[in-house]
Design a protein around this ligand. Structure first.
Ligand code: C2O
Length: 555
C-alpha cells in the first residue's frame, strides 16, 4: 500500500513494491521468469502477464477463478513461466475485481542477447502507461455498482505514468505531469500501454508524427500517423523522431477517450504530458519544464469520431517477411460467431436496481451467456477432474447466438442474458475462426476483446452484419495483424483466427473493466495434446484461509 496524492486528494492505494505505477518487468526472449507475489493488502490478489503466451503454463496466467484461486491475505504464490517466441512491449496487471486500477506495470521483452532490434536501435526507450484515476476507492466504486446493478461512477482523471497533467483543476504540486526530454535529431521508442479501465484512447503529440512499429509485442509494417488509437489491454510501440533543430518550444502529449456511448456516461477529460527539447550540453535535464517557452497543443479527435479509429486499425499489417513470417491458419476446423454486447438480468428480490428499468439490471454477455466464476478455479477443476463430473462447469458454451442476430440499427429482440459457467471445449490444435459481432443493443459501443493464452490474427473487420459469404471471401490471409486484444467495432464485427495449440483454460473478455464486471467474459478449454499443460505448480485453494503449500501436482 502507499499514500498517493492526485487531484488534491490523498488516498491509500494498493501497489507492488510500493511503486505506482508498478515496477517494469524487463526480461529477454527465452528467459524463464519467476515472480513471487506476497499479498500484504487487505484484499485477495492475482497478477496477470497480459499477452504472455504462457505456453503450457496456464497456472501462471493469473485471472482469478479461471487460472487460479486468488492469493489470499498473507499468502504468497510463485508465477513461473517462460517467454517463448515473443519480444516487445506487454504489461502486467492485477486480475481480480478492479484492483488493476493501481496495480499494473510494463513488461519489456528485449531480444535475445546478441540479436539486434529489427529496426535501428533508438536513442532511448520510454514506457508510457495510460491509466485511470478515481478520487474514491475504486473497490468501493465497483462494489456500489454491483449492488445497485447500475453503472459505476466514472473516473476523475486519466494519467500518463501515474500523472494526470496540467489540464485538471487540481494536481499535486511538482507531480503534475510527465515531462519527456528529447534531444534534437534523435529517435525515441515509446512503449505505449493502455492500462485504463474503461476507456479507449486517442493519443497525439502536438506537431510530431508517430511511426507505429509494433502492437501487442508483434512487429507491424511501419506506418506514420498523427493520431494513434489504443484500447485498454493493448500495447503499441512507436518511434518518435525529434525535430532536427531545437524548436525552442514545448509540446503537449495528450490522450482523450474514444467513446460512442452517451456523453456523461464516460470520463471525457484530457490527460497531458509535456515533450521538451533538451540540449545535452546544457547540463543534466531537470524533471520540470521551462514554462516560458511557447507551448503547442494538439488537435484531438472528437470523442465519438470512429473515422480515425477505422483508419488506424485498418493500417495495421504484419511484417510478413522471411524473418517475421505470418502463420495464419488457412484452413479452419471450427467456425464460431459470438454476439458481443450488453443485456439485462432480472433484479434480485429485495434489491432496488438502477438498470435499464427498475426491475432489471445491466448485464453483458457473449452469445447471451454471462460467465459466472465458480468457487474453485476452472483450470484447477479441469486438471483435477472436478470440472464436468463435479459440476464446476458445463462444456456447452453456445457456438452461435441464442436468437439469430441481425443488425438493423434498432435493438433486436435478444437482449436476455443467462448466467452460467459454460466452457467452449476445443481439441488440441483446432484451428479456429471466430467472428465477434457487436450488437448495439443498449447503445453502440466498441469492445476491446482480449484472449488469454494465444495471439490471434485479425483477418477481417467491418460494419453492420457480418456476411458469412461475401465478408469471408475478403479475409486477409496474407499479412493480417497478430495481437492479443482487438477492438470489436461499434455496430460492426471483427474476425480472428488462431490455432488452439496451448492446452488449458483460457479466459476471454472485454478489457473495459465495467463490461467484464457485468459478465462480458467466457473461457475456452483446450484439451491436452501429446504434451499436457505444465506438470507441477503450487495450488491455492479458493475460499478458505489455508492452502496446500507447494502441492506437487502432476498431469
Ligand atoms: Cu489484461 Cu484478462 O486481461
Amino acid at each position: 500500500m502507499a499514500n498517493v496524492t492526485r487531484l488534491c486528494a490523498t488516498k491509500s492505494i494498493m501497489t507492488v513494491n510500493g511503486e505506482f505505477p508498478g515496477p517494469a518487468l524487463v526480461a529477454r526472449e527465452g528467459d524463464r521468469v519467476l515472480v513471487r507475489v506476497t499479498n500484504q493488502v487487505s484484499h485477495n490478489m492475482t497478477l496477470h502477464w497480459h499477452g504472455i503466451r504462457q505456453l503450457r503454463s496456464g497456472w501462471a496466467d493469473g485471472p482469478a477463478y479461471v487460472a487460479q484461486c486468488p492469493i489470499q491475505i498473507g499468502q504468497s504464490y510463485v508465477y513461473n513461466f517462460n517467454i517463448t517466441g515473443q519480444r516487445g512491449t506487454l504489461w502486467w496487471h492485477a486480475h481480480i475485481s478492479w484492483i488493476r486500477a493501481t496495480v499494473y506495470g510494463a513488461i519489456v521483452i528485449l531480444p535475445e542477447l546478441g540479436i539486434p532490434y529489427p529496426l535501428a536501435a533508438p536513442h532511448e526507450e520510454v514506457p508510457i502507461l495510460f491509466g485511470e484515476w478515481w478520487k474514491a476507492n475504486t473497490e468501493a466504486v465497483v462494489k456500489q455498482a454491483l449492488q445497485t446493478g447500475g453503472a459505476p461512477n466514472i473516473s476523475d482523471a486519466f494519467t500518463i505514468n501515474g500523472l494526470p497533467g496540467p489540464l485538471y483543476n487540481c494536481s499535486a504540486k511538482g507531480m503534475n505531469e510527465l515531462v519527456l526530454k528529447v534531444e534534437a535529431g534523435k529517435t525515441y521508442l515509446l512503449r505505449l500501454i493502455n492500462a485504463a479501465l474503461n476507456d479507449e484512447l486517442f493519443f497525439v503529440i502536438a506537431n510530431h508524427k508517430l511511426t507505429v512499429v509494433e502492437v501487442d509485442a508483434v512487429c507491424v509494417k511501419p506506418f506514420t500517423v498523427n493520431t494513434l488509437v489504443i484500447s485498454p489491454g493493448q500495447t503499441t510501440n512507436v518511434l518518435l523522431t525529434a525535430k532536427p533543430f531545437n524548436p525552442k518550444a514545448n509540446f503537449y502529449m495528450s490522450a482523450v477517450p474514444y467513446s460512442t456511448i452517451r456523453p456523461g456516461t464516460f470520463d471525457n477529460t484530457t490527460v497531458t504530458g509535456i515533450l521538451e527539447y533538451h540540449n545535452p550540453n546544457s547540463g543534466s535535464a531537470s524533471s520540470s519544464f521551462d514554462k516560458d517557452l511557447p507551448l503547442f497543443k494538439p488537435t484531438m479527435p472528437r470523442f465519438n469520431d470512429t473515422g480515425p479509429v477505422t483508419n488506424f486499425t485498418t493500417k495495421l499489417r504484419s511484417l510478413a517477411t522471411a524473418t517475421y513470417p505470418v502463420i495464419v491458419p488457412r484452413s479452419v476446423d471450427k467456425r464460431f460467431l459470438f454476439t458481443i454486447g450488453p443485456g439485462t438480468l432480472p433484479c434480485p428480490v429485495n434489491m432496488t436496481c438502477q438498470g435499464p428499468t427498475n426491475v432489471t439490471r445491466f448485464a453483458a454477455a457473449m452469445n447471451n451467456v454471462s460467465l459466472v466464476f465458480p468457487s474453485t478455479a476452472l483450470l484447477q477443476s479441469h486438471y483435477t477432474g472436478m470440472g464436468m463430473s463435479k459440476g464446476v462447469y458445463a462444456s456447452n458454451f453456445p457456438t452461435a447466438p441464442l436468437t439469430p442476430f441481425s443488425y438493423t440499427g434498432t435493438p433486436p429482440n435478444n437482449i436476455n442474458v443467462a448466467k452460467g459457467t459454460r466452457l467452449l471445449v476445443l481439441p488440441f490444435n483446432t484451428s479456429v475462426e471466430l467472428v465477434m459481432q457487436e450488437t448495439s443493443i443498449l447503445g453502440v459501443e466498441s469492445h476491446p476483446l482480449h484472449l488469454h493464452g494465444f495471439n490471434f490474427f485479425v483477418v477481417g473487420q467491418g460494419f453492420g452484419n457480418y456476411d458469412a459469404v461475401n465478408d469471408l471471401a475478403k479475409f486477409n490471409l496474407v499479412d493480417p495483424v497478430e495481437r492479443n486484444t482487438v477492438g470489436v467495432p461499434a455496430s460492426g464485427w471483427v474476425a480472428i483466427r488462431f490455432l488452439a495449440d496451448n492446452p488449458g483454460v483460457w479466459f476471454m473478455h472485454c478489457h473495459l473493466e465495467v463490461h467484464t464486471t457485468w459478465g462480458l467474459r467466457m473461457a475456452w478449454l483446450v484439451l491436452d495434446g501429446s504434451l499436457a499443460n505444465q506438470k507441477s505448480q503450487e495450488i491455492l485453494v479458493c475460499l478458505v484461509r489455508s492452502r496446500l503449500a507447494f502441492f506437487r501436482f502432476s498431469v
